[in-house]
Design a binder for this molecule. Structure first.
Ligand code: ABU
Length: 479
């Protein structure tokens, strides 16, 4: 008595649950053995470098008409892990994220298994409440009495949200009328800002020429007097300044702009102050280092990524907004009737998804919440303090070591030796990757030749890893 519809038998499920469960179990065992248990093992390689053409052969990327056996799939899982970069390795220093936090990892396993989308209370009751609680706590650390916020896929997106929100506040009619008829809008940010500023200006139709880059001092901090001059210049040109974006923790130098002085200028000229604290925001958790962000409570919006210094797992990025009168929702809502019905049986103010430019959205706040519950604020604070103390240790070691120089002490007018040294960094990088001993990023910057940017985050990193880093650079560059 099989039921056939369009030639398809509909009796019983098409999926073999028992086999599926077994596959998950075996794959989890591989994850446990190959990733989690090896996370703090410095005898393991950070990466097993292969050229793209070779890797294509190794991985068997072809998708065929017939499915592969579980045995083959488990081997593929092993291969994927083997040839992927181990960002949890204590010697992965390449980006502004690193290491492993076991609690946020479990939170990610839970959300991957539950597969929720955070837009309405009816499908995400727990995760919506968790997001609300986390945003409230982050707002507390910024120093606002109240506020609003939303978790986004990346700091770049948070910055774009803020830019659009500032513009909406400046000219709310833009939501319906669009860009035509608007004056030339201008925003200000430092020449050390994240490149997402340019992307957002271009994407939002503001135009990259209307981003005025403010000069920075020798440490990479925005010079407030230069900001004042540029705001006046924009006004003289007849354009309409509407936003200043300060940075708390610049991407390359890690500089913190002087927020209090910048806030004074914003107040004087009636400009929205956004702080891109994607990198440095986590210093707010540390009583010792929160002074780096002194004045942040005067910002109108803040981007803060706990996936960076706090290890909440990519991606975990919040845009926080001081306004608590519903500006975020007014700016972004589209009131889709099929999703955000107003006559539901529960309090629809918990259907917060319409504040987002996304529809489907991941429950990113949950991994931060579970980690915060596990470690407490003091555990998070310890994480920040240790990372900064290790960075301090490295600075002192570099000062002592012959053949090494701190970037801030290198002159801008490259001598021949410096230019030659600039060619060494890519060679050292190639050698470290092929050996798999560590990963560290290099870049040229504002007229200075290639140098290494050392990022310290993971609690698995110790003083010995800092010593190793310097010894290994010396070893790799000895010829
Ligand atoms: N905002 C992303 C930073 C990427 C990096 O430099 O590691």
């Amino acid at each position: 008595n099989a039921v056939l519809v369009d030639g398809v038998i509909l009796n019983g499920p098409i999926m073999d649950s028992k086999a599926g469960e077994k596959f998950v179990e075996e794959a989890c065992k591989i994850i446990m053995e190959e990733v989690i248990q090896k996370a703090d093992d410095v005898t393991e390689k950070v990466c097993e470098w292969q050229a793209p053409e070779t890797l294509k052969q190794i991985l068997d990327l072809e998708m065929r008409d017939t499915g592969e056996s579980h045995q083959k799939l488990l081997q593929l899982c092993r291969d994927v892990i083997q040839y992927s970069v181990k960002t949890s390795h204590p010697r992965f220093f390449n980006q502004l994220y690193a290491g492993i936090d076991y609690y946020s990892l479990v939170a990610r396993f839970i959300t991957e298994a539950l597969n929720p989308s955070v837009y309405t209370y009816e499908v995400s009751p727990v995760f919506l409440l968790v997001e609300e609680a986390v945003i409230k706590k982050m707002i507390e650390f910024i120093g606002w009495e109240e506020g609003d916020g939303i978790f986004n896929p990346g700091g770049s997106v948070s910055n774009m949200y803020a830019m659009n929100l500032a513009r909406y506040k400046f000219c709310p009619e833009i939501k319906e009328k669009g860009l035509s008829g608007l004056p030339r809008l201008v925003l200000f940010t430092s020449e050390e800002c994240h490149y997402s500023m340019k992307k957002a200006a271009s994407f939002l139709g503001i135009g990259t020429e209307n981003v005025y880059f403010i000069k920075t001092d020798e440490r990479g901090k925005m010079i407030p007097e230069e900001l004042e001059k540029q705001v006046q210049r924009a006004r003289k040109e007849g354009s309409a300044p509407f936003l200043v974006c300060a940075t708390a923790g610049t991407t390359v130098l890690g500089a913190f702009d002087p927020l209090d002085k910048i806030a004074d200028i914003c107040e004087k000229h009636g400009l929205w102050l956004h702080v891109d604290a994607s990198w440095g925001g986590s210093a707010l958790i540390s009583r010792k280092h929160c002074r780096l962000l002194h004045g942040i409570h005067r910002a109108d919006s803040v981007a803060w990524n706990p996936h960076k210094m706090l290890l909440a797992g990519i991606q975990c990025c919040a845009l926080l907004v001081k306004d608590n009168s519903g500006l975020l929702k007014k700016c972004y809502s589209a009131k889709a009737a099929y999703l955000f019905q107003q006559d539901k049986f529960y309090d629809v103010s918990y259907d917060t998804g319409d504040k987002s430019i996304q529809c489907s959205r991941r429950p990113d706040a949950f991994k931060f919440w579970l980690m915060w519950k596990a470690l407490g604020t003091t555990g998070l604070e310890e994480r920040v303090n240790r990372a900064l103390a290790l960075a301090r240790y490295l600075v002192e070691e570099i000062k002592k070591r012959e053949g090494f120089q701190l970037l801030l002490e290198v002159s801008k007018n490259g001598t021949e030796l410096l230019l030659l040294l600039g060619r060494v960094a890519p060679i050292i990088k190639e050698r470290m990757m092929k050996k798999g001993s560590m990963m560290l990023g290099y870049q040229p910057h504002q007229g200075k030749v290639n140098f290494f940017r050392q990022v310290v985050i993971s609690p698995h990193v110790s003083r010995e890893d800092m010593d190793f880093l310097l010894d290994e650079i010396e070893l790799l560059a000895k010829d």
